[in-house]
Ligand binder design. Structure first.
Ligand code: AMP
Length: 681
């Protein structure tokens, strides 16, 4: 044995032993202090010495975990007495009862006390290079003035205010002003048509609407106020419309309309926050389901805010001083949780993106990353796929060295897009987090991070449940699949604070949709595969909901509109794989007997009907006219068959013996072939 000169073997043994012990304790010490430095609450959790143990604890001791997080991360007016009172089988979900707080105080006042001049919002206006920064002090002042204005106009606790605005600071202030005075908000995506807006205003029973004169996106102006005026023709309950000026162009104002900015100036800049119970409604957000009627999902105060804040901090590894760039519109849940509530609850700096990924050119995102020094970028696969096609040069042109984490949301991200995002946009340095969640879940539920910093990330997989999330996969008989390497219906086996509480005015629909399919579990409507390693991969919707460019739309909603055309007898809308949009809409239309016209004119008419009644993104990419649709003997349209035809999987059409008239399938196949020849789906 070789020994260093002058060393005895005894010295070596002692030295070695000391080294082993020192490093052992160093590792232990580092782990302990790491997990507490990572999440301070963990110091109080027994036996939690590393991140995997923290994850286990959050699920098996969910109450202790969430109670500690709620105490640590939210400012309470009155502490809660009960952590949770949930019964998934009855659709009863209550968190932090007894507690009172104000969400706007949590998002604004407490940060104004510590760092009033910190930038809260960076409004990345459509006009590139003209960003506007709003500090916490300024945002609080804006919110208070608006809160006072709403109060003066009679808006009170429990009312619901509809917001139809572009993504901008006044829209955020409107949301927070509602929260400040105890009103719920109902943000409607500003791309929705007058009819879709009207339906949501009526269902939410809003008597107050906040809008802007116009919207500007991708260099195009949209007439928001005019759309509101058209919508209100069928909303007699609306008494007042507050109008902000996004552009210089004046709009016609009626006795019902209030010039919002001018009136805000007359208000006091201090607004007493209302003490809200944890389970009071914070907002409604409408989303598509498998019926024609959109559902207003209800999120409440404390649980939602805590979940948005915690996921924002840990999934993206957001640190104080970082600039967070979520490019979603505030009209979707992603905009609510990760442009507004999560970042602001954490005292962060958040970007409000008003434009499109290709305006004025396909370098828009990355030029913005360079100019605003964005640290976390959160976008949709549909945009990534689009930008990939324009080539790497648009990315390489700009300095992206500030980026630390890249996020993906809204739909599955295919491997090619994931790899490009990772290697070209992130230069192979930044973890890519594919985040699975939905309007119903309030925040991210399955995603690769937080995990150990060097834990593997599999391209295109959401992989790991977030703290407190316990996914379960169900087989076709409703039994829990316990092994790995299996696929099933994705459910959640226990409640978490961010989940939706009900559907506005329709708790029975909430129970039937989410709680009854698998009693005792929350059913997400998605399917998932659990790999051999135990990682989750989302396989898509199990119901008649499709996902176009990350936006959910029920096929029934599209069919309802198509059927309103006087020439249409019946229709069936199907989702199909689309290179850029993820899914496109393929519509089968049967015309009434006496209608001879087919073709371009009618297609155009049907498309403009869908655009008018819902929104542009819901328009069919293909319309196939047919003599009849394949139906079961009981008269149900066989969507499975139509889907297979559109996917060109004729071998997969399966058993047709239950069809009323199997010849209908042959006609559909031929019609599809003819259309493809003309139009290439
Ligand atoms: P929304 O509530 O409009 O945000 O839509 C949620 C739906 O989008 C989910 O139920 C999924 O079908 C889909 N979705 C969202 N994120 C992902 C993801 N990371 N991977 C796959 N599908 C996703």
């Amino acid at each position: 044995m070789w020994l260093p000169r002058g060393c005895t073997s005894k010295y070596i043994v002692t030295h070695f032993r000391r080294r082993v012990f020192t490093s052992y304790f160093r590792v232990l010490g580092r782990r302990r202090c790491n997990v507490a430095a990572f999440m301070p609450e963990a110091a109080g959790f027994d036996g939690v010495s590393d991140r995997p143990a923290l994850q286990d604890f959050s699920v098996s001791n969910s109450e202790s975990f969430w109670a500690a997080a709620a105490r640590q991360r939210l400012s309470w007016i009155r502490p809660f007495h009960t952590v949770q009172d949930c019964d998934l089988s009855r659709g009863q979900i209550k968190w932090f009862e007894g507690g009172q707080l104000n969400v706007s105080v949590n998002c604004l006042d407490r940060h104004v006390h510590t760092c009033p001049e910190r930038v809260a919002l960076i409004w990345e206006r459509d006009e590139s290079g003209s960003e506007v920064k709003v500090t916490y002090r300024e945002l609080l002042e804006m919110t208070c003035r608006l809160g006072n204005l709403l109060r003066r106009h009679g808006v009170k606790r429990g009312d619901c205010v509809t917001i139809y605005m572009p993504t901008c600071p006044l829209a955020v202030a409107s949301m927070l002003a509602c929260a400040r005075i105890g009103a719920a908000h109902n943000v409607v995506f500003a791309g929705f048509s007058a009819e879709a807006l009207a339906e949501r205003i009526r269902d939410a029973q809003s008597s107050t609407v906040i809008t802007a004169n116009q919207g500007v996106r991708g260099g195009k102006v949209t007439e928001l106020k005019k759309t509101v005026d058209a919508a209100l023709q069928s909303c007699p309950a609306v008494q007042q419309v507050f109008v902000a000026m996004r552009t210089e162009n004046p709009v016609a104002m009626t006795a019902r309309d209030v010039d919002m900015e001018e009136e805000m100036l007359k208000e006091d800049s201090v607004c007493e926050p209302t003490a809200m119970d944890s389970e009071d409604v914070l907002f409604l957000l409408y989303t598509s389901g498998s019926t024609g009627k959109p559902k207003g999902l209800v999120h409440t105060q404390a649980g939602y805010l805590l979940y948005a804040a915690l996921t924002h901090r840990y999934v993206f590894s957001y640190h104080d001083g970082d600039v967070f760039g979520c490019v979603a519109d505030i009209g979707w849940i992603t905009g609510h949780s990760y442009s507004v509530y999560g970042p602001l609850a954490n005292g962060g700096t958040t970007v409000l993106f008003e434009s499109t990924p290709i305006y004025p050119n396909p370098g828009r995102y990355w030029e913005m990353v360079q100019r605003l020094k964005i640290n976390q970028f959160y976008g949709a696969p549909t945009a990534i796929r689009l930008l990939l096609k324009y080539g790497d040069q648009w990315v390489h042109k700009y300095d992206r060295s500030t980026l630390k984490t890249l996020g993906s949301v809204g739909e599955p991200i295919n491997t090619e897009a994931w790899e490009w995002y990772h290697s070209v946009v992130g230069d192979g340095r930044c973890p890519v987090v594919d985040t699975w969640w939905q309007t119903e879940t309030g925040g991210i539920c399955i995603t690769p991070r937080p995990s150990e910093p060097d834990a593997e990330i599999v391209p295109g997989m959401a992989m790991r449940p977030f703290f407190g999330i316990k996914p379960a996969l169900m087989d076709t008989e409703g039994k829990v699949l316990t092994s790995n390497d299996v696929s099933g219906a994705l459910c959640m086996a226990q409640p978490w604070p961010g989940m939706a509480r009900t559907i506005h005015n329709d708790h029975q629909r909430f129970i039937e949709t989410y709680c009854q399919p698998y009693p005792g579990y929350f059913f997400t409507g998605d399917g998932a595969y659990r790999s051999k390693e135990g990682y989750y991969q989302i396989t898509g919707r199990l119901d008649d909901v499709i996902n176009v460019s990350g936006h959910r739309i029920g096929t029934a909603e599209i069919e309802d509109v198509l059927n309103q055309c006087s020439a249409v007898a019946e229709s069936a809308a199907i989702g199909y794989s689309h290179d850029l949009k993820g899914q496109g809409v393929y519509a089968f239309v049967v015309l009434k007997k006496n209608v001879a016209v087919e073709g371009a004119d009618l297609c155009q008419q049907l498309n403009s009907l869908v655009s008018k009644k819902i929104a542009k993104y819901a328009c069919p990419d293909f319309i196939q006219f047919a003599q009849r649709l394949p139906k079961t003997r009981s008269g149900k349209i066989m969507r499975r068959v139509l889907r297979k035809v559109v996917e060109r999987d004729l071998d997969g059409v399966g058993d047709l013996s239950t069809l009323d008239d199997p010849a209908a399938v042959q006609e559909i196949i031929k019609g599809h072939r003819d259309l493809c020849r003309k139009q290439q789906p």
